[in-house]
Design a protein around this ligand. Structure first.
Ligand code: G3P
Ligand code: CA
Length: 291
């Protein structure tokens, strides 16, 4: 859909809500820019999620933003994997048959490095590994990409916020240009988002979920984005979020997930979202950016 059509649709859908807001708070209407496309766990429809192959695939598709999930091993290393156990996305049951329930937190980094994180997806990805966060950051940097980093299951990993920031610092991701252009740290945990902000106020943050609008003034003190499931939002909700100023002085932004088809992508673009998190970034880009 062309930007003007998106804007027109947005205006129609917003209705009264738009009239109650300053125009500058409804950015899709004002700027006509399509939402940013963010490759969810990398281009995870086409390559095994959260592997280097998945972010390389996103890069080949021309997608600048990738999303990932960060957890911690038994010996305190940060790794990139979604589930709190290794079963779905690795061959851990074959390699370590006696280690049920195969939790990430119960394996060392060296043990996890032995696992095949690609064969489950397809034979051409056999041998793909669960990357450490440091390995992952280096590949994102190499690819000139940007990162929406999710701290996953933080209740399982005390102190993971500080540790994540330390890895980012070691990898050169907390300098001014990365902070302003290339990094957002998000979590479903309010405490984690607040902690990241308090530890490193320059980091842009996102709160996953669909909080009540009444809670947004409190959250806006330490976050920049509210990132809800697409199935939970409306034009009115997006407009209500945009009406608040986030931790870095700009309107709270909205990146919604996980949108994998063109129709839904156009629908949420019409709601005025700022970003769309997707397993099929090429499909979404074509849908919202038009020919
Ligand atoms: O980035 C949004 C999305 O990743 C949140 O859900 O379960 O895919 O991590 P999940
Ligand atoms: Ca995630």
């Amino acid at each position: 859909m062309h930007a003007r059509a998106v804007a027109a649709t947005t205006t129609a859908l917003l209705g009264t809500a738009a009239l109650l807001l300053p125009a500058s708070d409804v950015r899709a209407v004002e700027t006509g820019e399509p939402p940013t496309v963010i490759a969810h766990r990398g281009a995870s429809a086409y390559a095994p999620e959260n592997t280097l192959a998945a972010i390389d695939k996103a890069a080949r598709l021309g997608i600048r933003w990738v999303e990932n999930d960060v957890q911690r091993t038994r010996d305190g290393r940060l790794v990139v994997i979604h589930d709190d156990n290794l079963r779905r996305t690795t061959d851990v049951e074959e390699v370590f048959p006696d280690r049920a329930p195969w939790k990430v937190k119960d394996f060392t980094a060296a043990e996890i490095a032995r696992l095949d994180a690609g064969s489950w997806f397809g034979p051409s990805y056999a041998g793909a590994r669960v990357p450490t966060l440091a390995q992952y950051m280096r590949r994102v940097e190499h690819n000139h990409q940007k990162l929406l980093l999710e701290i996953k299951n933080p209740e399982l990993y005390p102190g993971i916020e500080q540790q994540t920031l330390k890895v980012l610092a070691n990898e050169g991701w907390l300098d001014r240009s990365h902070l302003s252009q290339r990094l957002v740290v998000q979590s479903f945990s309010v405490d984690t988002v607040r902690t990241v902000h308090e530890l490193k106020p320059g980091v842009r943050t996102g709160l996953l979920g669909t909080p009540n609008v009444a809670d947004l003034p409190a959250y806006a003190r330490f976050t920049d984005q509210i990132n809800p499931s697409h199935s939970t939002i409306s034009a009115g909700y997006v407009a209500a979020v945009h009406a608040f100023t986030g931790a870095h002085g700009r309107p709270l932004a909205v990146s919604t997930w996980t949108v994998n088809d063109a129709r839904t992508a156009r629908k949420v673009a019409g709601y005025g979202v700022d970003g769309i998190i997707t397993n099929t970034p090429d499909v979404v880009r074509d849908a919202v950016q038009g020919p």
